[in-house]
Design a protein around this ligand. Structure first.
Ligand SMILES: Nc1ncnc2c1ncn2[C@@H]1O[C@H](COP(=O)(O)OP(=O)(O)OP(=O)(O)O)[C@@H](O)[C@H]1O
Length: 489
């Protein structure tokens, strides 16, 4: 039996979820039910769909009271010795209770003497607020112009978003000065007079080298998306250079939803003697995300299927991930020519354009965003109800290996903090099929096949999840969304 076939849920075999959903599963919790078919993907019979099972509304407070979810914590904010201003900031954002990663990591990060930390938790479970709260607890605001904490992120969008969260959680701290060290944001040759700096590694390296940033009093260094940041193929070298320019005693905090083994040992060297919060591989998927796939027969059909999905994409908001900037541009051009309203965002655009595009997306002005891996990680827009993997993420020389981590981060742009969402991955040939299959096996994901022969039914299935997301977003708008909107250019 092919690997993907073994991960497909057929409706008649799916184990029905209890009316009181299991653990953190307000949405479809696809159970492994082996398709009886031995052959290739085309041969898989049935609709391949699973009945939606969320007749019971699950509120955030239910999730936070359920010990089995990543949203539960045994600790209260009040138990963590935070300042009054910080407590007020968290509560003003309606962060009534800490999530698991917040409850577990904060006491460790704030212990004295400070110790390094490596914390893993599923996408959308509040890692940002965890390290932002740690940063704001460590900084001495009697010295607001003196750089004391530095957070590094892999993209300008994520750095800006973190800057917004610092402003939101720290809104009662006066004076709170935060600088964004991203291309084009800092005036050249002027010293950075902010207690907290958030930036991308290349720009941070530049400002330190140009002596614009006094690093002598830095106490905390955070690497968000740490596995990506430490990746030797990517920004690993830059991050190491930055670290080597900082005080030796600095506390290093590494956060990510994924820490593949390959990076794990290097991360331990980067942050020696770190406390570690790790997840098992099979705990990494967010249960609220219904993971589906469509078999597109050939590469050309992918575009047609994408257009067919447009109506569903615009009920909420959607992100379409493609492999290259060129294909992002090309698909956007074609879709616009075909009468659809979509925008594209990737690293070839200049900084201001990127800020503007994302701001429009956050405000809901643009509903569909076509992008590359540049937005795969960290971006938090609660109204994103659908993620499409137009191309299955690959890595290695010549795209030889499926990129399981990127898959997880991409689909994690939906299903934020207990919300539900849908991801739809397109496969069209043996390579893409095998890649998705391998990703599904890595994490024990149960993929639901959307049968395009019965389009109405397929649409209904997806629509139900999206509508639920809409209801949740209206009921509880995300604090990060609000912070980012306030910060929009
Ligand atoms: N304790 C809390 N209570 C309620 N909402 C929260 C809490 N902590 C964080 N959130 C919200 O949860 C959402 C996801 O948080 P965040 O972006 O920090 O997730 P993350 O774990 O960093 O995700 P990713 O792995 O994708 O980077 C945000 O909209 C944030 O405002």
């Amino acid at each position: 039996m092919s690997d993907l076939a073994s991960r497909i849920t057929k409706p008649d075999e799916a184990v029905k979820a209890e009316t009181q959903p299991e653990a953190d599963a307000p949405a479809v919790d696809a159970s492994v039910a082996e398709a009886q078919n031995d052959g290739a993907i085309e041969e898989l019979g049935g609709s391949g769909l699973q009945e939606p099972e969320w007749d019971v509304e699950v509120s955030l407070s239910d999730l936070q009271n359920n010990e089995a979810t990543p949203f539960h914590s045994a600790t209260q904010w009040e138990d963590m010795g935070l300042s009054e201003d910080l407590l007020k900031g968290l509560l003003a954002l309606k962060f009534l209770k800490p999530s698991k990663v917040q409850g577990k990591s904060l006491p460790l990060m704030l212990s004295d003497p400070p110790r390094n930390m490596m914390a893993q938790s599923q996408s959308g479970t509040g890692k940002t607020a965890a390290f932002v709260t740690a940063i704001l607890s460590r900084v001495d605001f009697n010295n607001p112009d003196q750089p004391q904490a530095l957070a590094l992120a892999p993209s300008r969008e994520l750095a800006r978003q973190i800057e917004g969260v610092i402003g939101a959680i720290g809104r009662f701290i006066k004076p709170l000065k935060v600088a964004a060290a991203i291309p084009g944001a800092l005036p050249r040759d002027q010293p950075v007079r902010s207690a907290v700096i958030v930036g991308t590694p290349g720009t941070v390296m530049d400002v330190i080298r140009r002596r614009q940033l006094d690093v002598s009093q830095l106490k905390v260094l955070v690497l968000d998306e740490a596995d990506n940041m430490l990746d030797q193929q990517g920004m690993g070298d830059q991050c190491l250079r930055v670290k080597n320019m900082l005080p030796k005693s600095i506390q290093i905090l590494l956060f990510s939803a994924t820490f593949p083994d390959k990076v794990g040992s290097y991360a331990q060297k980067f942050a020696p003697n770190a406390h570690s919060l790790k997840l098992q591989r099979n705990e990494l998927t967010v249960k609220g995300i219904s993971q589906m796939f469509i078999d597109c027969a050939d590469d050309n059909i992918k575009y047609d299927v994408l257009c067919k999905l447009y109506g569903l994409m615009t009920i909420g908001q959607s992100v379409i991930f493609v492999k290259t900037r060129e294909s992002a541009n090309e698909i956007q051009r074609r879709m616009v020519a075909d009468g659809h309203k979509v925008s594209a965002l990737h690293a070839a655009f200049d900084g201001n354009e990127r800020d503007e595009l994302l701001a429009k997306f956050r405000q809901g002005e643009n509903k569909v965003l076509i992008t590359t891996n540049v937005l795969a990680r960290g971006i938090d827009v609660s109204t994103v109800s659908m993620v499409i993997n137009y191309d299955i993420p690959m890595k290695g020389r010549g795209d030889s290996e499926p990129d399981a981590e990127t898959y997880l981060h991409r689909i994690g742009r939906t299903g934020r903090f207990g919300r539900v969402g849908v991801s739809i991955s397109f496969v069209y040939d043996k390579k893409s099929f095998d890649a998705l299959s391998s990703i599904a096996n890595t994490y024990g994901i149960d993929l639901v096949r959307l049968d395009t022969d019965d389009w109405d039914e397929a649409e209904e299935r997806v629509k139900e999840v999206i509508k639920k997301n809409r209801a949740q977003a209206a009921y509880a708008p995300s604090a990060t969304d609000n912070a980012a909107k306030a910060q929009a250019p």
